[in-house]
Ligand binder design. Structure first.
Ligand SMILES: Nc1ncnc2c1ncn2[C@@H]1O[C@H](COP(=O)(O)OP(=O)(O)OP(=O)(O)O)[C@@H](O)[C@H]1O
Ligand SMILES: [Mg+2]
Length: 349
């Protein structure tokens, strides 16, 4: 098979055994501990889990922007359809120099990222328009007039009216929702193959949140980009995603197409997250459950299930005795839980 013929089957990004270790005063923290996932072209993968489970570290690792103390290993195989010289061969992004030319030509251009707090993406010193234009000048064209035209067009696409006036305003002159839109327009101005969105709507009120999600979906249809959507909100996942990876304490504990996660969840943690999700039109009498306990800090963790202490279905002597392998429920559904494991001590259900 030729490289071109093989390419459509290749996911855009294939992450294997991603580990991020951070040396702490009291030991080593395995903040991301052997994560595997794939992002397919034009599709949306949701990465969901409670605060502190390693979602942001994982997503920032994809473009090499974690701080120096994060010791990262594994492979991030990126198969671009925009890289003729690569001829469909994957490029391991983790093997690239994080400050080198190659990753800088990918970061922002082919893989763009938007953050929870748009103030961090914009400098207060320059106008919004200048900052969007600068990204375009670095990656797309050297012609300033053309760059300004693209920037104005992008501001229009994200629903910002009066673009000429807005172009010359500073970030503090924009409302939160407008800054979020401006950040999306900056991220999309270079027509990336992958958009990483880390809690893109958490800071926004509910109506604006719905508008921004709708906007991302529309732009995805228009530009055909893939999205990695990081959130702790299952409502956002249901609205946006094709596939879902549920993360807990540095590991992906369940991974499946979105519908299977909602209709046929397996991991006790996924089930807990679903029970704690508010539902429109749900019975008023039924109180929302929260998952008892909190996410522990994974410093010097023994090999065991990280959810053990909080799990109602735990099997003593099994779940706290060794690390949990991934079990395949179907071709597209995997779970990391001894209740489904064929390993000795595990149960098959
Ligand atoms: N530079 C760092 N130094 C030390 N610890 C860190 C560093 N960055 C992240 N951590 C820790 O690693 C763990 C995972 O962090 P991460 O930011 O990826 O979580 P998250 O899932 O994105 O959480 P949230 O939903 O709150 O954004 C947390 O316990 C966090 O405190
Ligand atoms: Mg985060």
């Amino acid at each position: 098979m030729t490289a071109e013929a093989a390419q459509p089957q290749q996911p855009l990004l294939r992450v294997r055994d991603l580990k991020i270790r951070i040396q702490m005063d009291n030991g080593v923290m395995n903040a991301v501990d052997g994560v595997d996932f794939e992002i397919r072209r034009g599709r949306t993968l949701g990465l969901v889990g409670e605060s502190g489970c390693g979602k942001s570290l994982t997503s920032r690792a994809l473009i090499g922007i974690n701080p120096k103390e994060c010791e990262t290993s594994g492979t991030i195989a990126y198969t671009s359809s925009q890289e003729p010289e690569a001829k469909g061969e994957p490029l391991n992004l983790l093997a690239l120099n994080p400050n080198g030319r190659k990753i800088r030509s990918i970061r922002g251009r082919k893989i763009a990222m938007i953050f929870q707090e748009p103030m961090t993406a914009f400098s207060p010193m320059y106008t919004i328009g200048n900052q969007i234009m600068e990204a375009i000048l670095i990656h797309r064209t050297r012609n300033k007039k053309e760059a300004k035209r693209i920037a104005l067009e992008m501001l229009g696409k994200v629903g910002i009216s009066d673009q000429e006036k807005r172009f010359d305003q500073y970030p503090h002159e924009f409302s939160g929702g407008m800054r979020q839109r401006a950040m999306i327009s900056m991220a999309l101005s270079c027509n990336p193959e992958l958009l990483i969105a880390d809690e893109p709507t958490t800071a926004l009120d509910v109506t604006i949140q719905a508008q921004v999600l709708e906007l991302m979906k529309r732009l995805q249809r228009e530009f055909g980009m893939a999205i990695l959507l990081v959130t702790h909100d299952l409502g956002v996942i249901a609205e946006m995603c094709d596939e879902v990876a549920v993360m807990y304490l540095g590991k992906i504990v369940e991974q499946a197409p979105m519908k299977d996660i909602f209709r046929n969840p397996k991991h006790p943690y996924t089930k807990g997250l679903l029970r704690s999700m508010p539902r429109l039109g749900g019975s008023k009498a039924k109180r929302l459950e929260s998952i008892e306990g909190s996410v522990p800090i994974p410093v010097n963790m023994p090999p065991m299930c990280g959810f053990y202490d909080r799990c109602k279905d735990r099997i003593e002597g099994v779940c706290n005795a060794r690390s949990v392998p991934a079990t395949r429920i179907s071709d597209s559904h995997t779970v990391r839980c001894f209740l489904y494991s064929e390993q000795p001590g595990g149960q098959q259900r």
